[in-house]
Structure formats: structure tokens, C-alpha cells
Design a protein around this ligand. Sequence first.
Ligand SMILES: Cc1ncc(COP(=O)(O)O)c(C=O)c1O
Length: 397
Amino acid sequence: MARFAFNPFRRDLPDWSAPELAFVTAIRDRVQLPLHRALPGYAPTPLRDLAALARELDLGGLLVKDEADRFGLGAFKGLGASFAVYSVLRRLWRDKTGADLPPERFADPTSRTRLGALTFAAATDGNHGRAVAWTARLIGQRAVIFMPEDTAPARIRAVANEGAEVRRVAGTFDDCVAECARTAAREGWQVIADTAYPGNLDLPGRIMTGYSTIFAEIADEIDERPDAVFLPAGVGGIAAAGAASCVLRDGAARPLLVCVEPVESAGFLESIVYGTGEPIAARGNQRSLMVGLCCGMPSLLAWPIVRDSVDLFLAIEDDEVPLAMRAYRRHGVVAGESGAATLAGLIALLRRADLAPARERLGLGLRSRVLVVNTEGATDPARYAQLVDAGPREESP
Ligand SMILES: Cc1ncc(COP(=O)(O)O)c(C=O)c1O
């Protein structure tokens, strides 16, 4: 069963305070862009206009921000990891030399020589760890990445191929976060966590700021705002970056914001329904095809931003996802299971009988222009082949 909840906490003009305000301000000031522009392989990702798919869905328009090829990493996550690691290096550099480390010198070998050997650690379902490993390699440093034991071999290989040491942890993503924090504290490693928990607010904020490049690029490319924006949520970093960007740009006149999660890992929806305004851990079993969205506890930094700005929280079953992946493929977009989640949520919302009340209240129709983000390509090729290549060629969403 799909689930949904309209958000009683939503405000036209959220009144954010510390610590999240610092990152909303950083997003407004686009502080991450100079670093991203200095990275090898940086280019804005495509914003695809899928007019034919919009017609199939009885919508006025469908735009897809396609992150599948960001930095050649298969997902958007390099935007966050790079900016967080840069922030760490910049602080260490300032402490050591008294000078600033400009973005162009981030990958310069002199930083390695002056600062010595560092180890960056991260917990991941795959994409964030690969991005941290890629960034560490770029600056000649070491990465140790903690991954759930049952992670698909292709995802583990992708991290190891970036030169990182992979440590497999029995349990869920949340167990990896705890194990990574414990080991790093013992070893004196630098944790690059994408989720904020007490005592670890700064770097998740940098990561979120890094993701906001996606929305800065969209804002630079289109003048007319879409009517609705669908954002996925794992720990909530990309949802918070997207929501904050929309609030900063359009305030109360922002697009309708819809947050999509798997039913088995719907921490944001469940926290909203819980109703105190504080986040709670998802009660599902944390298992889903959408592995990147299997995070039980919302990030403490993403939570207030998402809580105050999103209109609708939607939790979908795994069986909505393959249809969306195939719809994408027919229209020339390669989307992995987590990547296709927002389109899957949109199709479910438009088609499912049990979501009719949400559909009617949201009011999406023939004149509506919707934006979704495809956050990853075929990061697990065997799964992609099974769900897409072996699936029907013709079907209507
Ligand atoms: C492909 C993909 N999409 C979406 C997300 C969700 O991002 P966040 O954890 O910032 O909510 C992830 C997280 O790993 C991911 O890998």
C-alpha cells in the first residue's frame, strides 16, 4: 500500500534558525559553486524535457534533472562529498598555514605534502561512499567506507574501484553510520557523514549545500518555475537542498513540493504523521529496491527544512519502481532504482486509486508542469538488466 500525508507543519515563509539557517544562507549565496567549477569533469547535468512522457501521463510538461552522469560517478553524490572534504581541507590548511586554500588548489599535490596523510571515512548504501572515495583519491588521500553486508556486489566494487577500503557491516545503513563513527573516533579519521546527528552537524550541512548545485543549475536554465517538484528522501539531504532552493527562489509562491520515500523506510512521512514536529526513526524493515533511500533516521539538519517547506509526503512500494525505470528508458533516460523513485511516485500519484485523495488535493493536471530529479543511473547493472532490459518494451504508465 502506498501512503501519503499532507504536511500540517508547512509554512509559506519558514522562519529557520541555527543551525539550519547557516546552510540555507550558504545555499542562497551559492558558496559551493566555485569548488564544483574547479573540479575535473564539472559541467551542468542535462535538464531533459520529456514532452512525450508528459502527454502519456496527462500532464502539461515533465522536466527531468538527470544526475546519472555527474562527474562520471553514476549519481549526484559527488557534489556533496567534494564540498564537505574541501571544507575539511580548507580548515586544516588554515590551521597549518594561516592562509586560505582556494578551490583551484583543492587537488593540488602540495596540500597532501603539507598536511600529510589523512583518512576519510563514510557510511553508505553505495553512492555517497563512492563519491567520498572519488574525492579522497582526487586529493591523494585514503578513504575507508562502511557498507551494509548485503549490498549488491556492483556497488561494493564501484567504491573499491575508486581506491577505497570497504568494510562490510552486519545490519542496516543506520548500523553503518554508528560503526563508522565509532571506528573513526578510535582511529582519528575524519568522518564525512551525509546525515546529521548530535555532535555532527557541520559536514552534513556542507553536503547538503553541495547538492544545491543541482537546483542552482536548474534555476539558471529555466525562468518559469514548475508547478510541482518531486524530491527523493533518504536522510533528506537532497530533499532539503531542493526545498530550501525553492523557498529561497519563490517564497510562498514556490512550486508544490512532494517528498518521495519507500514505505519500508519512510522516516520523513512517519515523523510528520507522528506530529510533534521532531523526527523519529522509520519503523519499516529498511529493505527496498530503492537502496539509496533506505535510511531510517532523518538527518537532524535536513528535517526542519523539509518539515517547514514540503507539501506532501508520499511513500511508495517497490513494485512502482520498475515501471518508472522502463518509462525513463523508453524516453532516453537511464535511471537506477533510487534514481527512478520520484518518477515512480509521480506515476503512482497520478494513477493509483488509493492515492486519489492526494491527487485531487494536489490538483496536478493537463496544464501542470512537473519537475523530477533522476538521482542515479544504472549503478547496479545486473538489477537494471533484470528490471528494465528483461521487462516489456511497450507499456503505458
Ligand atoms: C541515488 C540516490 N538518490 C537519492 C538519495 C537520497 O539522498 P539523501 O540521503 O540525501 O536523502 C541517495 C542517497 O544515497 C541516492 O544514492
